[in-house]
Design a protein around this ligand. Sequence first.
Ligand SMILES: Nc1ncnc2c1ncn2[C@@H]1O[C@H](COP(=O)(O)OP(=O)(O)O)[C@@H](O)[C@H]1O
Ligand SMILES: [Mg+2]
Length: 268
Amino acid sequence: MNLNHHGHVSPREYVVEVRNLSFSYGESQLVLSGINFNASSGEFICFLGLSGCGKSTLLRLLAGLEKPSSGEILLNGNQIKGAGLDRGVVFQDYGLFPWMTAGDNIRLALEQKFPDWTKKKIKDTAIHSLIQVGLDESVYRKLPKALSGGMKQRCAIAQAFAINPPVLLMDEPFGALDAVTRSRLQDMLLSLWSSDESRKTIFFVTHDVDEAIYLAQRIIIIGHSPGRIIYDCVIPEDKKPSRETQFEDLYLLRLRNELIRMLNSDAK
Ligand SMILES: Nc1ncnc2c1ncn2[C@@H]1O[C@H](COP(=O)(O)OP(=O)(O)O)[C@@H](O)[C@H]1O
Ligand SMILES: [Mg+2]
């Protein structure tokens, strides 16, 4: 951590700074209120909360798809002005254009991000990204409708990683998948994230306590009406679960109970 000569953490330490963020859709009541947090480079943060608490709204604000009603969101010290290729997004509904093949979907994103790349480099990178997420090269020529939910979500993740953004925003990306596919994709995501030489900062939305514990280094619980931070905890590296220990380790079981208790105490 960089301490300056006053002993304060230099603000540049943080990739994302959210200050006194409040938000409402139009004139209606506040969806989010008084949200404050900082995220360090390479952190894997889960936003955990009950349905309707404002998780997707918070992610849309980070994506620049909505503007704060008050407060601000800084990305590398600059206010977010709109959507940008410095943030990848993966949503539950896959986000692939249905009329384009998986390969063309990924190529389109690459062409936007790297306009000076050759056609060959773009194609090679797109194929490499599919292989990286465990897909066969043949998926390149397939339309999304010819792919299973798990394969579509792998494609969406391949696309997000291909453009190599420092920040990745994921909104319940595995919510529609069966349990086995879901755990495979969780492992795939963790291995992509941890093998990166410059790790991405990931904001991952889920309402699933066990998914949050398995994936995150840090869990932020968003309470209800208005959405606000009611809990913020770090899971130390040496306490992170494996599939085997997640439901046996005493520390993790206590954490799980604590998170469920926080969620329940907030439910109305
Ligand atoms: N486009 C919208 N216009 C008006 N209200 C919305 C819109 N999107 C979401 N909301 C409302 O904002 C609140 C938070 O929604 P959302 O962020 O989707 O919650 P979550 O993702 O945690 O389930 C809900 O009350 C929801 O009805
Ligand atoms: Mg949502």
